[in-house]
Design a binder for this molecule. Structure first.
Ligand SMILES: Cc1ncc(COP(=O)(O)O)c(C=O)c1O
Length: 382
């Protein structure tokens, strides 16, 4: 008899990204589903990793991260967000953005705590809340612009509210926080013990001259926030699973207690390479334009189909309404699109606990022009 045990996540199945990518592979479809670039990353960064390995940076580095990498990140934060962040006490390098989010939640949450999550939501938030014995409180973003209804948030806040999870630029919708959102948030949390976990992995992918409103810009928010980033998204190397978290010294000190008994430290040669690479801000400052061109190229091509674009102001995703083509549920439609038309996407209902279906699909446009063109040629047949 196999040993009996209780699942911590009895309702969790395979993620939609894996389901759609497997289906794409099975039907040899163009994969605009999962969020990763299909173009190569910068060779200079690859060479820096090789050099670091050859120069013997192959042993454990500091638990909070290779110090020169934390120093340069602190300089970058000053440059971009005008915040003074102590690299010693306020930054920890992590194996990816997801790990930073997981650790932040695990640092704070106690059984019974309530956590506000906005839906559609990136898939790791809810299970991480549940794994910690806390209670997800779900609030839907307002369709079709996916803005936050702050009055609704205020009405849901209770003495049990421990945390609010934010994500801007937003996956899957491409929505971004506005100055008004930030003012409402500051008002809402003032005088409370609410902690903010801010998922900002797409900080450099924001379009149409909009400014990324990081929690790091606002001292009154930074003092209660864990702000999570990903090198994978910024440098086209999602497979590296490298990221970092920034917080107040007090919160970060607790974060490190959890981190030191989990990963303890992160891949040394890649940190050494990134510390050099980050000395050139142009590598991250040019990302907006590069991906905005991709968004616009894809969108122009898609104008020749029956899909209708919803605006994307950031991230490398755009939602498209397919209600003129079909009234099938989005998961069924996405599967048929993959099987019969050879294009894989992600149905947005997968980002809702209730599987809310607005008949929209998420397309990833971080792809070579030829890949995007190929996909659109297929979609024109619909
Ligand atoms: C909103 C969001 N947060 C976090 C992550 C994960 O980042 P990482 O691959 O660095 O763990 C992703 C990746 O798709 C994402 O879209």
């Amino acid at each position: 008899m196999p040993p009996r045990f209780h699942s911590k996540l009895p309702d969790a199945g395979t993620t939609i990204f894996t389901i759609m990518s497997s289906l794409a592979a099975k039907h040899d479809a163009v994969n605009l589903g999962q969020g990763f670039p299909d173009f190569v990353m910068n060779e200079e960064l690859v060479d820096l990793v090789t050099a670091a390995m050859k120069n013997n940076y192959n042993q454990y580095t500091h638990m909070a991260g290779y110090p020169p990498l934390r120093d340069i990140l602190s300089e970058k934060i000053k440059l971009l967000y005008e915040a003074s962040v102590d690299p010693e006490t306020q930054i920890t390098i992590t194996p990816g953005g997801t790990y930073a989010i997981f650790t932040a939640l695990t640092t704070i949450l106690q059984p019974g705590d309530e956590v506000i999550i906005f839906e559609p939501a990136y898939d790791c938030y809810l299970p991480t809340v549940q794994m910690n014995g806390a209670i997800p409180v779900l609030i839907e973003l307002q369709f079709p612009d996916y803005s936050i209804n702050w009055q609704q948030v205020r009405s849901i806040i209770s003495a049990k509210t421990r945390m609010i999870i934010l994500n801007s630029p937003h996956n899957p919708t491409g929505a971004v926080l506005t100055e008004d959102d930030i003012s409402r948030l500051i008002e809402l949390v003032e005088g409370t013990d609410i902690i903010i976990v801010s998922d900002e992995v797409y900080e450099h992918i924001i379009f149409d001259s909009k400014k990324h409103l990081s929690m790091l810009r606002y001292p009154e928010l930074l003092s209660r926030s864990f702000v999570c980033f990903s090198f994978g998204k910024t440098y086209h190397c999602t497979g590296w699973k490298m990221g970092y978290c920034v917080s107040s010294p007090e919160l970060m000190s607790e974060f490190k207690k959890i981190h030191q008994f989990n990963a303890f430290s992160v891949n040394t040669p890649m940190q050494v390479a990134l510390a050099h690479y980050l000395k050139k801000p142009e590598h991250y400052l040019t990302l907006n334009n590069f991906l905005q061109e991709k968004r616009d190229f894809f969108s122009e091509c898609m104008d020749n189909t029956k899909f209708k674009a919803l605006p994307s102001y950031g991230s490398y995703f755009q939602l498209y309404d397919y209600s003129k083509i079909s009234n099938e549920p989005d998961f069924e439609f996405a599967q048929r699109l993959t099987r019969e038309f050879g294009v894989a996407t992600i149905p947005v209902s997968a980002f809702y606990q209730s599987k809310k279906d607005h008949k929209v699909l998420r397309f990833c446009f971080a792809k070579k022009e030829e890949t995007l063109k190929k996909a659109v040629e297929k979609l024109k047949r619909l």
